[in-house]
Ligand binder design. Structure first.
Ligand SMILES: Cc1cc2nc3c(=O)[nH]c(=O)nc-3n(C[C@H](O)[C@H](O)[C@H](O)COP(=O)(O)OP(=O)(O)OC[C@H]3O[C@@H](n4cnc5c(N)ncnc54)[C@H](O)[C@@H]3O)c2cc1C
Length: 435
């Protein structure tokens, strides 16, 4: 292509080929040898037959969620991920699964066991991690906060429609200046006649751009303690704008929330949130669920890789015939088995009332590290297609990064467990005053 220095724009246009602006080939035409993830691979990652560890109800949830995700969600997710848009048409389908509200009993919620809730989370994440984050934020953070810290009226008013996904919620703790150090949050709540005035800013809040209800944590200016509030969509002074350019969980609409003198009536203050410690009741459960996202992601990646390696041929043989590829595949499979067992044990510890914050944090941090290793191996196995969202693995690889970071980074969760086993907290620098 030659371009003259004069009238560069016109010359460029003239120099373009006749096929310059054609749409891309459909992936099945561009790469006929292996099926993309829109036709989701069968589950092959349950090698140690973990179904045996589940009860009938949990197995039924697993089958129901898997069928819906593979049939209804898998065909469209790469496209929405690429566009970083939320596919609102899937909300009624996810609502019909009756998994929102997870382990909450009553108020139209499913009342699943923790294990059942975890299995559902993994099955959603196996096909699409963004979808599982959407449900997790709504269900295991926002709904659970209302269930554990709300008044009877709040539970009756809000939980039934949230359980059906007729209304959507988000959960806003993180702020621009307070991420890992969330207990130092600076959004304020000031008591006025009949309610409260909220003032401040939140960042990274999943679902916030379209949520009907926003659970907002703020510092009570009279007590200096953290309180929780249910803020309604379109409240005067409230805005939530999308954070652009994410490399992972692109379907999730994470927002910057700005609260400028937002009035919240007394009846929408959560009576059970009176200090930062009260958020831990919720985080204990949600951290278990977050630990199951990387399990599901790794299952999907393994399933995809196994099928791909059998379909794709090089040097006259399927990729699955090469020893190095087989070793990587088995390393991934071993990781999935170990991750599942740790996640399952975490659920059992919770169900028997024996789970500590350290247990949950170790589960979340260790599982996400193993998942990182697993998806990186998967990404290698798919060669060039390992960087394409169409074959799942690249999307999963990117989606795991924010999961490694949210609900406590790997480091912070390690420090929570370390504090428990050593008795020595090390979150704050020892010589803070000298910095
Ligand atoms: C996609 C996405 C979705 C999210 N969704 C939500 C949501 O719905 N609601 C919500 O409230 N929040 C949400 N978050 C926020 C998330 O919980 C925070 O990003 C997370 O807690 C880390 O905070 P930070 O990003 O400010 O990192 P920082 O706190 O700035 O940490 C940066 C690095 O420093 C390390 N570090 C920090 N402190 C220490 C320490 N004491 N010792 C050792 N290392 C340390 C961290 O481990 C990390 O590696 C989301 C984040 C992402 C990326």
């Amino acid at each position: 292509m030659t371009i003259s220095s004069t009238n560069k724009g016109d010359s460029l246009k003239d120099a373009r080929s006749s096929y310059f602006n054609l749409p891309p080939l459909d992936i099945s035409e561009a790469f006929p040898q292996a099926k993309p993830a829109s036709i989701f691979p069968p589950c092959a990652s349950d090698y140690y037959q973990f179904d045996d560890l589940l009860n009938d109800e949990e197995r039924a949830i697993r089958a129901k969620v898997r069928e819906c995700m593979e049939k209804e969600v898998a065909p469209i997710m790469a496209e929405y991920w690429e566009r970083a848009e939320f596919p609102f048409q899937i909300i009624p389908k996810l609502g019909a699964l009756h998994i929102a509200g997870g382990s909450i009993k009553g108020y139209g919620c499913p009342g699943l066991s923790i294990t059942g809730n975890a299995i559902a989370t993994a099955e959603v994440a196996r096909v699409d991690a963004s979808c599982s984050t959407f449900i997790l934020v709504h269900s295991s953070l926002a709904m659970l906060t209302i269930a554990l810290c709300g008044s009877e009226d709040q539970k009756k008013n809000y939980l039934p429609s949230l359980a059906q996904l007729k209304t959507i919620a988000c959960w806003a703790l993180t702020e621009p200046d307070n991420g890992s150090d969330a207990s130092g949050l600076q959004t304020t709540a000031t008591k006025v006649a009949g309610g409260w005035i909220l003032e401040g800013q939140k960042r990274w809040i999943g679902n916030s751009t379209f949520a009907d209800l926003l659970i907002i944590f703020a510092r009570n200016t009279a007590t200096n303690q953290i309180n929780g509030y249910i803020v309604k969509k379109d409240s005067p002074g409230l805005t939530a704008t999308k954070i652009e350019n994410k490399i992972g969980l692109r379907i999730v609409q994470n927002g910057d929330i700005v609260l400028k003198k937002v009035f919240v009536p007394d009846e929408d203050r959560l009576p059970g949130v009176n200090s930062f410690q009260d958020t831990n009741k919720v985080l204990a459960v949600s951290r278990v669920m977050v630990a199951w996202q990387p399990i599901g992601i790794s299952m999907g990646v393994y399933d995809m890789c196994l099928r791909y390696l059998k379909e794709r041929k090089q040097f006259g043989a399927p990729l699955a015939a090469f020893q190095i590829n087989q070793q990587k595949l088995v390393q991934m499979l071993g990781n999935v088995q170990a991750m599942f067992l740790v996640g399952w044990r975490l659920c059992k510890l919770y169900e028997s009332g024996k789970m500590t914050p350290g247990h949950a944090s170790l589960g979340k941090s260790w599982i996400s590290v193993k998942a990182r290793e697993t998806v990186a191996l998967g990404r290698e196995l798919l060669g060039g297609n390992g960087i394409l969202a169409d074959f799942l693995v690249a999307k999963a690889f990117c989606d795991l990064e924010p999961i490694y970071t949210y609900e406590g980074t790997y480091d912070i969760n390690s420090l929570v467990t370390a504090r428990e086993v050593t008795g020595i907290p090390s979150f704050k620098p020892a010589a803070r005053s000298r910095l």
